[in-house]
Design a protein around this ligand. Structure first.
Ligand SMILES: Nc1ncnc2c1ncn2[C@@H]1O[C@H](COP(=O)(O)OP(=O)(O)OP(=O)(O)O)[C@@H](O)[C@H]1O
Length: 128
């Protein structure tokens, strides 16, 4: 497979790179189950954001929390792909790399979802 040739023009070059990035974005949404779960959760939280009429800063934290989870999950998928490409067979080291990468997702998911729980629990408390 040949490496795609990017333009020498700075702006065209950046535009083409963005095209590849969006290709990856849609690949993740179409094919990766973990991303599909977090993406669906994100859509649910966006709807909840309107229902609970989040403030500017609550929206900001919600967007950052969801973006954190989705981006780390996407990077985890990339690590898994690299692992399976460079060493398709079972190997302790590959297992450790995948576990560490999944551990990073756990950090992001805990941080992100706990932030969201804090936002919505404060909203629910304010309502009652
Ligand atoms: N080639 C391998 N060698 C050793 N251990 C592996 C290997 N592939 C997977 N494992 C072990 O199985 C676990 C799950 O790996 P897998 O690639 O199925 O990720 P997953 O978390 O199920 O993927 P997804 O993110 O798609 O849900 C890894 O964290 C690792 O402990």
């Amino acid at each position: 497979m040949e490496k795609p040739k990017l333009s020498d023009n700075f702006f065209l070059n950046r535009w083409q790179s963005m095209g590849y990035a969006f290709k990856g974005f849609f690949y993740l949404i179409r094919n990766e189950k973990a991303i599909q779960v977090h993406f669906s959760m994100s859509l649910i939280f966006i709807v909840l954001g309107f229902v609970f009429q989040l403030s500017f800063y609550e929206w900001l934290f919600q967007i950052l929390a969801l973006g954190l989870i989705l981006s780390i999950e996407g990077l985890n998928t990339a690590v898994e792909e690299i692992c399976d490409f460079i060493h398709p067979d079972f190997h302790d080291k590959i297992g450790k790399i995948k576990d560490i990468s999944a551990g990073a997702v756990t950090f992001a998911a805990l941080t992100g979802y706990i932030s969201l729980i804090l936002i919505y629990s404060s909203k629910i408390i304010a309502l009652s």
